[in-house]
Write a protein that binds this ligand. Sequence first.
Ligand SMILES: Cc1ncc(COP(=O)(O)O)c(C=O)c1O
Length: 427
Amino acid sequence: MKPADASAQKSPVAFSSLGQRAQPPTIAKLMAMALETPNLLSLAAGFTDNATLPVDFVRVATEAMLGNPGDREFLQYGTNQGRPRLRQQLAERLAKIELGLDATELQRGLFITNGSQQALYLAMQVLADPGDIILVDRPSYFVFLEMLSGLGLRAVSMPVDAEGKIDAPALGTLLDGLASNGEAQRIKAVYFVSYFSNPSARSLDEAEKNAIAGMLSSRGLLIPVVEDAAYRELYYSEAPAARSVLSLPTWRDFPKLYTATLTKPFATGLKIGYGLCTDEAWLKKMLHVKGHHDFGSANFNQAILEHALTTGNYDGELARIRPAYERKMRALHEALVHEGLPAAGWTWAAPSGGLYLWLEAPATLETGLDSAFCRACLDAGVLYVPGELCFGDQPAKNFIRLSFGVLGERDLAEAGRRFVTVVKRFV
Ligand SMILES: Cc1ncc(COP(=O)(O)O)c(C=O)c1O
């Protein structure tokens, strides 16, 4: 569903093709719905937990940073690629989990962005022209999918099996089909969210990542790969075992961009993320365009995060929020079970990390923003993200994403109760 941009139709301003394609982001619409509906409990926005935000640390860090009148550089412009010390810290952190990678080498390809969202946008902007194809996971991150459509790009989903795993033979068939239509040259990149995905909460295992690499390389398609690891650090008790494309040998010959963020694990309001690119030419192009966007992300915010990493407060925050998110996930999951959602034919899996539950309703139930079910949920005071937004093509109509990031445990239980009450009216 695309919300209409009525003001553009009435305006005397002549828009570029990019401007014409730009549509109000669905996330803004969901937020507006949340604000317009009193007493609504929103399970829609992917916000993080308010109660555990590192308020005290940020206050103390700011005082420490500005305490010495000589230390003024934090309040100056920084560099386009980002603070060298922060880049070094992030590269060292990654080298600890991706054994065999050299931190100095990683630092060279690492650039700080205005949230990892900006790294994703830069990547697409420099790689693809309108009409080009981006292979995406199924389901995929809906803000990324909307970005693709804003850029005039075509998302083509990589097929999955009944368990949601990459279906390698079907992917091969899809690629062969594109080749026989003369479209292989239009495939400009492959994108997937690999850890505790938004929306599915699934992680790709190494076999799946290898299967994608194998299907592409056996057809000579050594196209750029973008691995979005936004939730990699948000596991509840055990770090995910799968290596990323950065160190998996099957991806060795591909140009790679790995994106990750400090917003979800620390504070979304600081909006600092990063990209790590293994291809020098691709990296340079993204940095040139970043220079056009902003010539550097907020230096002050980067410095706060640098301080958090140096003092160990970043890891302290992670240690605090991991169990908090697990408790919140359980609160919502158990409320849904207790209220009888499985008996109504809905299925989902309790995740071991991330911020989302991905629910499949019986095949005949439509859950889109304009559906009777969605309106009934709003009337009952609960909001979700319709799953149909999360498919690059052939959208399934009977999925929803519930986020347990923002609400407290009691509200999550109440939201679950309201949700199942509506579900029972639609059985
Ligand atoms: C999968 C995924 N990637 C990237 C982002 C962008 O996050 P940020 O720009 O805050 O780093 C998000 C945010 O929700 C996300 O869910």
